[in-house]
Design a protein around this ligand. Structure first.
Ligand code: NDP
Ligand SMILES: O=C(O)C1=N[C@H](C(=O)O)C[C@H](O)C1
Length: 266
C-alpha cells in the first residue's frame, strides 16, 4: 500500500481525493493538509466528506514533522504550488499535480523538481480525456490540413482559469498532429477582431455556468462535413480516481516527469 498525503484537502477536488483514497485498495490516506488559518484543523477526514471516522485528522500546512506519506497529491491553485513542490523535494516525497492555469515559470519549477523526485503532472486525470488526446492527434493528421479546428470547453461557475488546462493540452496534441507549435496558431480571444477566420488557426472558447463538472469538444470543420470529438465528465470522482492511480504508480519511481498517459500505459 502507498501512503498518500493530500494538499488542499478541503477543496472540491481535495474532498473527492479523500473519497477515492478511502475507497482504494492500493493506497492509504495518511495525511491531509489544510491552510494554517483553517478552522477545520483537527477534523477527521472521513467526517469531512460525510462518512464514518477514518482516523486521520486534517493538519496545518505549516506542520513540519508529519509525514509517513511517500506520495503527495496537489489539486490546489497555482499560487500554492511552489510551496508544495518545495515541501515534497525537502521531504523526498513524490508528487501528483493536477493544478491548472500554471505560468511558464511554474512549469519550469515542476521540471526542475523532477530532477530530484518523481512527478506526474496532468491537466486531466480521466481515462477518457487521455484517450481522446491521442484520437485528436490522429484526427489532426488526417483532417487537419483542410479543416478549421476549434476547441470549446464548459465548466462550473467557480473555475478560476480559462481556457481550461485540458483544452490547452488538447490544442497541444492537435498542434503536434499538424506539425506546428500551438503558440503560433492558437487564438484565445477574438474580441474586436474584424475579418475572416485566420486559416490554420486553432480557436478556443470557454463557457462558465452552474455546476458543469467539465466538458470538452474539438471540432474539425471542413466544407460539407464536420467531426466533433467530445468528452463529458459528470463526477469529479473520475479525476480523483485517476490521481490515486497515478499516486500508486509514481510511488515506484525514483525521479522524472511523467503524465497520465504514462500511468495508463499508452
Ligand atoms: N487535472 C485534473 O484532472 C483536474 C484539475 N483540477 C484543477 O484542480 C485545481 C483545484 O480545483 P478545485 O478543487 O475545483 O478548487 P477549490 O477552489 O475547490 O480548491 C482549491 C484548494 O486549494 C486550497 N488553496 C488555495 N490557495 C491556497 C494557498 N495559497 N495555500 C494553500 N492552499 C490553498 C484551498 O484552500 P481553502 O479551502 O482554504 O481555500 C482549497 O482547498 C484547479 O486548478 C483545477 O483546475 C480540477 C479537476 C480535475
Ligand atoms: O477546474 C476544474 O473543475 C477542472 N479543471 C481541469 C482543467 O482545467 O482542465 C480539468 C477538468 O476539466 C475540471
Amino acid at each position: 500500500m502507498t501512503n498518500v498525503g493530500i494538499f488542499g484537502a478541503n477543496g472540491r477536488m481535495g474532498k473527492k481525493l479523500i473519497e477515492a483514497g478511502i475507497e482504494s485498495d492500493v493506497v492509504n490516506i495518511s495525511a491531509a493538509f489544510v491552510r494554517s488559518s483553517s478552522s477545520l484543523i483537527g477534523a477527521d477526514i472521513g467526517e469531512l466528506i460525510g462518512q464514518a471516522k477514518y482516523g486521520v485528522s486534517l493538519i496545518s500546512e505549516s506542520e513540519e514533522s508529519v509525514s509517513d506519506s511517500n506520495v503527495w497529491i496537489d489539486f490546489t491553485l497555482p499560487e500554492a504550488l511552489e510551496n508544495h513542490i518545495n515541501w515534497c523535494v525537502n521531504n523526498k516525497c513524490n508528487l501528483v499535480i493536477g493544478v491548472t492555469g500554471l505560468s511558464e515559470q511554474q512549469k519550469v519549477l515542476i521540471e526542475k523538481a523532477a530532477e530530484k523526485i518523481a512527478i506526474v503532472y496532468a491537466t486531466n486525470f480521466s481515462t477518457g480525456v487521455n484517450l481522446m488526446n491521442s484520437l485528436l492527434k490522429t484526427a489532426a493528421q488526417v483532417m487537419g490540413a483542410q479543416s478549421d479546428i476549434e476547441i470549446v470547453e464548459s465548466h462550473h461557475r467557480h473555475k478560476k482559469d480559462a481556457p481550461s488546462g485540458t483544452a490547452i493540452t488538447m490544442g497541444e496534441y492537435i498542434a503536434d498532429g499538424l506539425g506546428v507549435n500551438l503558440a503560433d496558431v492558437a487564438e484565445y480571444d477574438r474580441n474586436n477582431i474584424v475579418g475572416e477566420r485566420n486559416q490554420g488557426s486553432i480557436g478556443f472558447a470557454s463557457l462558465r455556468a452552474g455546476d458543469i463538472v467539465g466538458e470538452h469538444t474539438a471540432l474539425f470543420v471542413d466544407i460539407g462535413e464536420r467531426l466533433e470529438i467530445t468528452h463529458k465528465a459528470t463526477d469529479r470522482l473520475t479525476f480523483a480516481k485517476g490521481a490515486i492511480r497515478a499516486a500508486a504508480w509514481v510511488s515506484k519511481k525514483q525521479k522524472g516527469l511523467f503524465d497520465m498517459q504514462d500511468v495508463l500505459g499508452f
